[in-house]
Design a protein around this ligand. Sequence first.
Ligand code: T46
Length: 134
Amino acid sequence: MTVPTLITVPVISDERGTLGVLEGDLALPFTVRRVYFISEVPESIDRGAHAHRRLEQVVIAPTGSVRISLDDGDNHATFVLDSPSKALRIPPGYWRTLDDFAPGTVVVVLASEEYDEGDYIRDHARFIEWTHHG
Ligand code: T46
């Protein structure tokens, strides 16, 4: 079973700034079919609060900082993406919450599927039911 994993992203820094690279099967464990990004999140706002049935994602915050909490119905884990060198692989079946956004944070998400609202479980009670009975 795949579990959430922090991936170390090589970052090349020089006087011109930084350049991070996601490549290969570890950083990109699926064919990327969609990229979206989240920015300009106001202070004290949470995002997420849903799970995906099939979608797999790799999340990075190349600028700023965000906390991502993951729950599979039994186990809970929290990750802080606060560096371009950190990426988080989120397998299907995890309830996720994004909060504690630092001002100016940009979150970039690589996704295994095109957008499909039918893949979301946005009700937590339904999610718990799904984890036990599908
Ligand atoms: C996730 C977290 C990390 C689209 O039309 N296309 C898209 O590709 C996406 C991702 C969203 N949308 C629409 C659906 C909503 O009307 O954009 C609106 C905001 O989406 P949502 O409320 O789902 O945004 P977040 O930040 O709560 O969640 C997003 C992703 O939806 C989700 O898959 O894991 O970021």
